[in-house]
Design a protein. Structure first.
Length: 340
């Protein structure tokens, strides 16, 4: 395993040296997470109560903590400790529901099925930003078609339904919907309702009309079908620059932009204008054709040549191999167990 890490890391380094760099097409308004405690930021959620504040968390070995980061300065203004949830195992996602509650997804499983259940934690967003301990509700989650790895949890902002996107390197993943009401006393079974690419995070637009998913290799916005359990409509691929270990995405509160982050010490969160914030009709050019893929500048793209994009894809693929091997090597076959 250690030799695999060395090979993947070395290969990625060599390719980064020879592949033309793709300039980022981010808007002004991004920020750098400065807190040295946040080394593996794996999810983002825009605060509903506090302007310019984003909630994040580490993805492993940190404890029951979430952090409020000021996007003006990059500084942490509050660390919230969740009480009543035991020891988190692999926290991968965070989202805020229409009820104003923060939902934290302890849903990672890098051994792809080693853990037969995962957890969601929930607590009201604090009205004041300060270090404090809050009482959280813990929900046990299983999938109807068996255990799997996941890194994306999204709460639909008009219905409050919770969705999880699973992650599979070879086959992509699935979009799963939870019960209409989560139960703190019974197991919550999530059912598969669609296929998604290999994704590391996701977020609904504030009006609930679109769902954006991202991975190491790209990002996609889907028109949301609200009927029944909900579902994916037309797909619009977003031409966003490569961010290394790209792990997080959320919308700004007004829905005008996407905030995308990556793991690592002093990691950068970039702001990208939403190309078509009003849904599928706005995604059409004056000619009546779908303009989401053709207008690189509107999609946050760079207009770089296909060879550069291919090179970035190769580098990203090697980073995927490196990151996956690193996580499995780090966590081994264990993982702390606790009540639930």
């Amino acid at each position: 395993m250690r030799s695999l890490l060395y090979v993947a890391g070395a290969a990625a380094t060599v390719l980064l040296a020879v592949v033309p760099a793709v300039p980022a097409a981010a808007d002004d308004g991004g920020f750098t997470i400065k807190d040295p405690r946040i080394k593996e930021s794996s999810g983002l959620a825009a605060s509903r109560l506090h302007p310019e504040i984003y909630w994040t968390h580490n993805d492993s070995s940190d404890g029951p903590y979430v952090y409020a980061v000021d996007s003006k300065t990059g500084e942490t203004v509050a660390r919230v400790t969740m009480r009543g949830v035991g020891q988190p195992r692999d926290v991968e996602a965070i989202s805020i529901g229409p009820d104003g509650d923060i939902y934290v997804g302890d849903i990672g499983d890098n051994l792809d099925g080693a853990w037969d259940h995962v957890w969601i934690y929930r607590f009201p967003e604090p009205e004041q930003l300060k270090d404090e301990t809050v009482q959280a509700t813990q929900y046990t989650v299983k999938y109807a078609d068996g255990a799997r790895n996941a890194e994306a949890l999204m709460v639909q902002p008009t219905t409050g339904r919770v969705y999880i996107a699973s992650k599979n390197e070879k086959k992509g993943g699935g979009l799963y919907v939870g019960p209409k009401q989560l139960s703190a006393t019974k197991t919550n079974v999530f059912r598969r309702i669609g296929h998604v690419p290999w994704v590391t995070d996701g977020a609904f637009s504030p009006d609930g009309k679109q769902l954006t998913l991202r991975g190491y290799l790209g990002a996609w916005t889907y028109d949301w079908k609200p009927a029944g359990d909900g579902g994916l409509g037309a797909e619009h691929e977003l031409n966003v620059p490569f961010q290394g270990q790209a792990e997080s995405v959320t919308y700004t509160p007004d829905g005008s932009a996407l905030m995308m982050g990556s793991e690592g010490a002093e990691s950068r969160v970039e702001r990208f204008a939403v190309p078509h914030p009003k849904g599928s009709e706005a995604a059409k050019s004056p000619s009546g054709k779908d303009g989401s893929a053709s207008a690189d500048s509107n999609a946050g793209g760079t207009g770089s040549g296909s060879s550069a994009k291919w090179g970035v894809a190769v580098v990203a693929g090697l980073c995927v191999l490196f990151v996956g091997a690193k996580k499995v090597f780090r966590r081994g076959g264990g993982g702390s167990r606790r009540r639930g």
